[in-house]
Ligand binder design. Structure first.
Ligand SMILES: *Cc1c(COP(=O)(O)O)cnc(C)c1O
Length: 390
């Protein structure tokens, strides 16, 4: 029996059936159990920054496991301290870091920080995605994700993303924090107006509220910058959460609190067994070091432009968005499921984020040849999806 067919009898059905069972990866390519090869243009949803099996990542994790694999939080280890220092230096600010194992846990830590302001009201955006645990879910807009689990904790006001006037109207002197993604990834890479995040900073400052940027998808070089907005002095958030690409696929997240917000959680306020474990931190340091030494942020900018230009050339694409290697596009018709299926059949992995919005978040090691092969196949992929509909 194939892995794919065994799945349904053993693995809980929370995701629906897997499209294929993947057994191997190298660079930006993966192979399924039947031997089919795919170009991975999704990178495990903006996670596999260095692609699959990168030697620097393999070596870092292997050496760290051979040296020291786990310590409890009664102790610390060099990789955790070094990674915290590195993340702070990338923000260009003073602060403190709390390590977790995932994005949603980074957001839970941040949510606890907001409670220590003495306020409980939170403001989040429509179409926002912040994770699936109860606190993060309370900040996630999508009704289908929320409703089966209500009541959710806290007092949250949702306002339209990208609308500074709506944000100003939602924030009061009771507001603990505003949480925003610099670009909304799960919504299909929605990009706000240029001055939106700076406006969010001004509005939160007026009310003594924290500005919390969820850079779990947009951070760690994905947009061609270390952070999409967190290092912008006009935005200067109080809290930044990162995860996904941080360790290139090794599970880790981080809640980075900056300025005075760094001291809101006190001893005993929060904890985790695995957060900040040495192999995960060593993996993150290897990813960051490789992105730096191989000039991969610049590469993301150049490759992203090339992909966006090629995608936009087809008249069935009405809009192309994003920066670096976080790419979203909208189709003339709600056919993204058909497009993703046609792409898979043609040997390319991409994501139907919504019925009419496609998302790409390929590894930074995607080659020009792979990008060109995909752009050459793109019109025929759209033909297959659009013709199937007639
Ligand atoms: C993926 C994501 C999360 C949740 O991260 P997990 O590791 O899946 O818990 C939260 N916020 C944003 C913006 C994300 O893209």
């Amino acid at each position: 029996m194939s892995v794919k067919s065994r799945y349904a009898e053993a693995v809980m059905n929370t995701f629906g059936p897997p499209k294929v069972a993947l057994v191997r990866g190298a660079g930006a390519h993966v192979w399924d159990e039947d031997g089919h090869e795919y170009v991975d243009l999704l990178g495990g949803i903006a996670v596999n920054a260095l692609g699959h099996g990168h030697p620097a990542l393999v070596a870092a994790v292997t050496e760290q496991l051979q040296t020291l694999g786990h310590v409890s939080n009664f102790f610390t280890s060099p990789p955790a301290v070094e990674l915290a220092e590195k993340l702070l230096s990338l923000t260009g600010r003073e602060g403190r870091v709390f390590f977790t194992n995932s994005g949603t846990e980074a957001n839970e830590a941040a949510l606890k920080i907001t409670r220590r302001t003495g306020r409980t009201h939170l403001v989040a955006a429509t179409e926002a995605f912040h994770g699936r645990t109860m606190g993060s879910l309370a900040l996630t807009a999508k009704a289908a994700y929320r409703e089966p689990f209500e009541p959710l904790p806290g007092h949250v006001t949702f306002m339209p993303y990208g609308d500074a006037a709506a944000l100003a109207a939602a924030v009061t002197d009771e507001t603990a924090a505003v949480i925003l993604e610099p670009m909304q990834g799960e919504a299909g890479v929605m990009v706000p107006p240029a001055d939106y995040l700076a406006a969010a900073r001004r509005i939160t400052a007026e009310h003594g509220s924290l500005l919390w940027l969820d850079e779990i998808q947009t951070g760690m070089g994905r947009t061609g910058r270390w952070f999409a907005a967190a290092a912008d002095p006009e935005v200067a958030p109080d809290i930044v959460t990162v995860a996904k690409g941080l360790a290139g696929g090794f599970p880790i997240g981080a809640c980075i609190a900056l300025g005075d917000a760094a001291f809101l959680l006190e001893p005993g306020n929060h904890g985790t067994t695995f957060g900040g474990n040495p192999p995960a931190c060593a993996a993150a340091l290897a990813v960051i070091g490789t992105l730096e030494s191989e000039g991969l942020l610049e590469r993301a900018t150049v490759l992203g432009e090339k992909l966006r230009d090629g995608l936009r050339a087809d008249p069935r694409v009405v809009e192309v968005r994003g920066e670096g290697l976080l790419i979203g596009l909208t189709l003339t018709e709600p056919l993204t499921a058909e497009v993703a299926a046609a792409a898979l059949a043609a040997g390319f992995i991409l994501n139907n984020a919504t019925p009419d919005r496609i998302r790409l978040a390929p590894p930074f090691v995607l080659t020009d040849a792979d990008a060109e092969a995909f752009l050459a196949a793109w019109p025929a992929i759209l033909d297959a999806a659009y013709e199937g509909e007639k």
